[in-house]
Ligand binder design. Structure first.
Ligand code: HEM
Length: 325
């Protein structure tokens, strides 16, 4: 038997194996997130071919991609809409893991997940600036002003992330290096560790992992996963065609523009509107620490549900406040 036939045989045997009965659509969300990460990396590499990370050329290069490169507008649109769906799916995946209390005996994987969540946020944040239009410039500059006000460490953070205290060509280049040179590798490493732990520990179930089966095979589960992948790709493609991602005017550091952040940053924006900036940064850090500690705080199901609902309510109220003001 040659190598290809062996692989096929192994795969076939694997797909015919009985899957645990509790595996359902909710458990496919993690895999779907993985597909979107792959889509973002692939379209990102294509965009890199024409993108120029300098303050003089960045905006023009994106304009060129959208208007002159063949199918450039589509790749750009898929990258933009794909990012939104990616973030949405990661959040739903976190909610599913949390409310299934699937962090039990999986504390390390939960912590890796929270770091992944921060990496996803960093992807969105650094990617925003790259188009170098008015919206991107003043949106990121608002965050720069917040960080500048953080006592003791604010300036050091700015020097590390922005390459100085101003938003200029230095910052654009750094954001580019983070977005394409650092974060993808960190994300890939973390996802590999995450999946390794999932495969070692099995998918969580209250009464033991995979003890009972219901006649469904891993082949059935994989087919459903494939259908979801096709569906989500279809959604991203449709959105990219119907609502192409457009540019605002070129960034002008002398013409201030007030901008609302993307929906996923609204809770943080609302918080910073509500309380003094330094206090907002401190409260957001407490929120992240609370999320990290969830497996230990939520040992009792009632407490876990209570804290989860309270967290969702606070985040929703902050987002509504940020959206309104
Ligand atoms: C790029 C982001 C992520 C990817 C690609 C990913 C992928 C996956 C996959 C494929 C699974 C197994 C199937 C499933 O349960 O859905 C899984 C499980 C898990 N994920 Fe994620 N995940 C990501 C982010 C996160 C985040 C942000 C958290 C938590 C804050 C998290 C926590 C967990 C935990 C604890 C499990 C085990 C669940 C169980 O045993 O039932 N993941 N993840």
């Amino acid at each position: 038997m040659n190598a290809l036939a062996r692989v096929r045989e192994l795969l076939r045997a694997e797909l015919r194996q009985q899957a645990p009965y509790h595996l359902n659509l909710w458990h496919l969300l993690g895999g779907l997130t993985l597909f979107l990460l792959f889509l973002e990396i692939t379209t990102g590499i294509l965009l890199m071919v024409y993108y120029r990370p300098s303050a003089d050329e960045a905006y023009e290069s994106v304009f060129y991609i959208i208007n002159d490169v063949q199918l450039g507008w589509l790749i750009h649109g898929i990258h933009g809409w794909g990012a939104q769906l990616f973030i949405l799916l990661v959040l739903v995946h976190v909610l599913r893991v949390y409310f299934h209390e699937a962090y039990r005996e999986r504390e390390l994987n939960w912590v890796i997940g929270v770091v992944l969540l921060l990496v996803v946020g960093a992807f969105a944040f650094t990617g925003t600036l790259l188009v170098w239009d008015q919206k991107a410039f003043w949106g990121i500059d608002a965050v720069r002003r917040v960080i500048a006000d953080v006592p003791v460490v604010g300036k050091a953070i700015l020097y590390f992330l922005w390459g100085g205290t101003e938003l200029d060509a230095n910052a654009l280049l750094r954001f580019y290096v983070f977005h394409v040179g650092l974060l993808p590798w960190v994300a890939i490493g973390l996802v590999m560790a995450h999946l390794y732990l999932v495969s070692r520990q099995g998918i969580f179930h209250r009464s033991g992992v995979g003890a009972q089966t219901s006649g469904q095979t891993y082949g059935d589960v994989a087919l459903r996963g494939l259908l979801l992948v096709v569906l989500s790709f279809g959604i991203v493609l449709t959105l990219a065609v119907i609502f192409p991602v457009e540019l605002a005017g070129r960034a002008d550091p002398l013409v201030y523009q007030s901008v609302k952040p993307a929906w996923y940053f609204l809770p943080a924006y609302g918080l910073l509107k509500l309380v003094p900036k330094a206090a907002g940064v401190a409260l957001a850090s407490v929120g992240v620490l609370g999320l990290l500690a969830a497996p230990w705080l939520g040992r009792n199901s009632w407490v876990a549900w209570g804290l989860g609902m309270l967290g969702i309510a606070i985040i929703a109220l902050l987002a509504a406040y940020g959206w309104r003001w």
